[in-house]
Design a binder for this molecule. Sequence first.
Ligand code: BES
Ligand code: MN
Ligand code: MN
Length: 451
Amino acid sequence: MVKAYINDNKDRFLAELFEWLKIPSVSADSRHKGDVRKAAEFVKEKLVAAGVNKAELCETKGHPIVYAEKIVNPSLPTVLVYGHYDVQPADPLNLWTSPPFEPVIKDDKIYARGACDDKGQVYMHVKAFEIMMKNNLVPCNIKFMIEGEEEVGSDNLGTFVKENKAKLKADVILISDTALISLEHPSITTGLRGLSYMEVEVTGPNRDLHSGVYGGAVANPINALCSMIASLHDENGKVTVEGFYDKVAELSAAEREALNRAPFNLSNYKKDLDINEIKGENGYSTLERTGVRPTLDVNGIWGGYTGEGAKTVLPSKAHAKISMRLVPNQVSAEITELFTKHFQKIAPPYVKVKVMAHHGGEPAVTPTNSTAFKAASKAFEEVWGKTPIPTRDGGSIPIVALFKQELGLDTVLMGFGLDSDAIHSPNEHFGVKNFLIGIETIVAFYKHFAK
Ligand code: BES
Ligand code: MN
Ligand code: MN
């Protein structure tokens, strides 16, 4: 019945999703403030059309939060579905093979910014809900909280959660904003990394100088920044920030073995990325490096002359954005502090440095023995004919730790993307198959959860 409904309505499902994807809800860009709101209104209206008994835009200091609920019986358990309707900026635009906000299907994949992260995955929940409503299959209470600031740190959502604990009362959080191992190997994410995001500024002379007149005699802040950054990893691929690993939870041999049992093909991995070799912390596998080890990466670096042609200049300033991915039991604020101290300490005397913190978030690990996790597992078994493999994802959804802390709720991370979907990159896409089978799996989740 569910499969048939999906099959009969799939063109409409996709057409609706396309309409949503056309709205450039880039939360980081204030020029898109109106579009972000439009995207919120859109999903609110679709939830209303699907049959929720209450739906509202909750205003925040930033972008609105969409809240909706279907209470079938207060004595039944409640699932709180979380997702985000904001998207990453689309640039560099010239690398897209079709415009980011003009969705198209190529090779059975939906190409558009937000196709996978996270509009496409949120829309699976809206349609799963529609199916359950139309077929009298809603087996428990369902609440939806779809925010518009996930890609910029969810600051206002944190406040909203703290101030609306009664409204958000539920038994479990359900999120589709992560990836599967592959369509052949379904998986459920059981861990996410945390984040500390920093920005540094290195200043040399008080103004840009002629690089011939002064070069060789005055320190170049870009050269200095490069040396400082280079020193942030040692020859074993370890981060050199003092105290960085102090709180890192080491996995037991059995846990490592289990994690490494997940299918992973190194040569396909390298081929997909066009790299000759992988590189990371010595002594750990790729799955461990992205799943359970903390990292430090430069996200952007700038300064001096980068325009057309050549300009001989010894710049006054150099900048970089540096992020650290965190694992249990690291604490974002502590790592931010350790980094700040370390970066100031390694600054050579001939430059001045400023260190600023952007957003952060805590790592999260979800239980695998809960009713909800078992229901998700059974849903995959029913729809995919395979038991899903638990995996640790490298990305971050900081609100997951906050849900646990503020609401005491565990999360089930039932994501349907693929690592190769190019989220945050040009040509983001989402498999039509992933979208449709995701809807079916979500309906199956509710069935098993309410049993
Ligand atoms: N959906 C991603 C996180 C993700 C992606 C988790 C793939 C697991 C697998 C989310 O939208 C995201 O991009 N989060 C940011 C963090 C945020 C604080 C900006 C991230 O991970 O960089
Ligand atoms: Mn996301
Ligand atoms: Mn994202």
